[in-house]
Design a protein around this ligand. Sequence first.
Ligand SMILES: C[S@@+](CC[C@H](N)C(=O)[O-])C[C@H]1O[C@@H](n2cnc3c(N)ncnc32)[C@H](O)[C@@H]1O
Length: 252
Amino acid sequence: MPLLAGPLSTADQNCGGVSCFYSATTKVTDYKSFVGPLMLWDVDGKLQLDFLLQKGLRPNSTMLDMGCGSLRFGQHAVQYLEAERYFGIDVNSQVLTLGYDELSTSLRRKLPRDHLLVTSHYDASHWGSNRFDFAISASLWTHLSLSEIERCLVGVKGGMRKGGRFYASFFECPDAEACKAPVHTSSGLRKSDRTTYPDRDPFHHRSMSIRNTAEKHGIRMRYIGRWGANFYRSLPNAPRRQRPDIMLEFVF
Ligand SMILES: C[S@@+](CC[C@H](N)C(=O)[O-])C[C@H]1O[C@@H](n2cnc3c(N)ncnc32)[C@H](O)[C@@H]1O
């Protein structure tokens, strides 16, 4: 069983600003390891819920999971939220279906199937505008170019309430010069070393570039930084001690 999810092995390809691995047609052989290391399936989903609870998510909040995959987080969100409050978008219909079918009957009752949308257009307004109090994209922007991130921001904005907040994580590179080349990050744990790229998946970006992109569309950005570090530390066999991605907050 591979410890790391697939995208790292496709890093030598450029697929036009999106992930070569995460496409509409990628065949999903294991719905859990498709979205990340298998041993972190439970941890990662709960981590996202805990993070959003700290940010003010409440049972009556309405929330969007952009790039929701096989509902690693979605299962916890549906459990926590009141019925029909969770919505998810993913480009891959197979991963959505597999994730949905694995939910318990009681969770499926709380999540109408038409709350899960298959599209590559980040179309949060599909269910109407002014709908969402919260949105999250965990481990989606790490696979996207800046122009795709811009499309994602605009798409999410279309569904957010005034004052609604969107959290998205990405791989950061420190400065303009460093960002032009591949960046190798050594964690001290060989299995979680990684190389990120300016022009292919897994992508890195400067937070300033993302901020400028957001401001172009009237969206305010706040830098949050590392998130979830404590959770990973509590796992004795985790392939890394800290999440390697940086979290940003966008206010609409
Ligand atoms: C690393 S997985 C993370 C899934 C989920 N956020 C989680 O934390 O479990 C990335 C997901 O983004 C989806 N994805 C990639 N490009 C997308 C796009 N343009 N629109 C929507 N989803 C996309 C992939 O199919 C995949 O399920």
